[in-house]
Design a protein around this ligand. Structure first.
Ligand SMILES: [Zn+2]
Length: 70
């Protein structure tokens, strides 16, 4: 019985390593790049991206940017 368990865990481990290798080789989704603030390089909130899909700044930097412009 323990032989089966050892074999199962060995196969399981191999499959997990294969899956991890695939994930590591996969390029990052482009969505991650566009959700980065161009000023502070911090993440832009999902809610903001949903409202303004092409925004390039997080809400804080956008406020500063607009404040300077006015
Ligand atoms: Zn920012």
């Amino acid at each position: 019985m323990s032989d089966f368990a050892d074999e199962a865990s060995r196969v399981e481990e191999q499959q997990r390593e294969d899956a991890l290798a695939l994930l590591r080789n996969r390029p990052r989704p482009i969505a991650n790049l566009s959700s980065q603030c161009m000023d502070c390089e911090g993440p832009i909130e999902r809610a903001r991206l949903a409202a303004v899909p092409h925004c390039q700044r997080c809400i804080d930097c956008q406020r500063i940017h607009e404040g300077r412009r006015v």
